[in-house]
Write a protein that binds this ligand. Sequence first.
Ligand SMILES: *Cc1c(COP(=O)(O)O)cnc(C)c1O
Length: 382
Amino acid sequence: MIPYGLQQIDSSDIDAVISVLKSDFLTQGPAVDSFENAISDYCGARYTVSTSSATAALHLACLSLDVGPGDLVWTSAITFVASANCALYCSAEVDFVDIDPNTYNICTKALEEKLLIARRQNKLPKVLVVVHFAGLPADLEKIWALSKEYGFKVIEDASHAIGSSYQSNITGCCKYSDITVFSFHPVKIVTTGEGGAAMTNDYLVYKRLRELRSHGVTRDAQDFDAIEESEIWNYQQILLGFNYRLTDIQAALGTSQLKRIDNFLKKREYISSVYDRSLKNLPLTVQFRNSDRKSSHHLYVVRVHQAIHKNLYNCLRESGVGVNLHYIPVYLHPYYKKLGFGIGYCPEAENYFKEALSLPLHVNLTDDQQEYIVEVLSRHLK
Ligand SMILES: *Cc1c(COP(=O)(O)O)cnc(C)c1O
């Protein structure tokens, strides 16, 4: 089976990991600092906090923006479940905004309409989690303007989107958000095995993210609670935090991978352009990519007629083409249905769900494999 995503590990990655294994620190050592600095340098964010996953980073991001019981968090209906679960971890409520039928990103018109209603009902969100679907940045400038008008914070879930840019701003710089999150899962653009990061330009948010990542314990004497002088050692727990740390083993892999990101992005762009050309005359539609932004081409999604969707999925997989569905609308999962959501809530998301398939797209994909995928797809669509 040709997988839809696959990491590329070379000998420099392996050497980087081995050198950490031979060093004094397996975790909480210098490789983590180097990786965080490399990410900040790459995307121009002032601060980067690495984490054990993007899911952990999203959780910490919500907590750092004071999301808690009674608060509302909104996100796009078409995303990985983690973009919504982070709100539930904080005992907040989650709600969904429909997608744009062409870009598959959050629809800013639907967002604006929902905000107007929410203001009347006094139920405005505290945070919006914006997903850059398939690596294509959402309408950040518009969303940021709405966030100022309606008073909510913005977290970019850029799990698909390291290396993408919006206008001339590289994703992660947080020009139009409070926090941006990356994922380093093996199917994503660069990998640490498991891993994630949260970027911000706000020093207080940064400090909060760091404290929460490691048990809520601080070693910064300025933050110590003023208990009896004789009771003060060099650390205190001041918040209820977690162990969401990235290890030095993972960080070394990440730094090594990041050195090749330009090649990874070029290869993904090349594969996408071959699909664009080869599929042009077939009865399917592909993601519209706005001209003022650059995608990192995490996914290549095609939409086909609803009547053949399921059958095509099965046929392609039987032919060894590892297509996937990204994603089921989050609110249609059984867990979310039990919270009261149901069919018809976001019509565009549901149409998308009945038509979408992700074709294999990763840096190891060969021309021959891609030709085969196109041939099998063409055969079934004609
Ligand atoms: C992969 C992904 C996540 C979760 O990433 P992990 O690092 O696996 O926790 C979150 N959001 C989106 C949109 C993703 O694609």
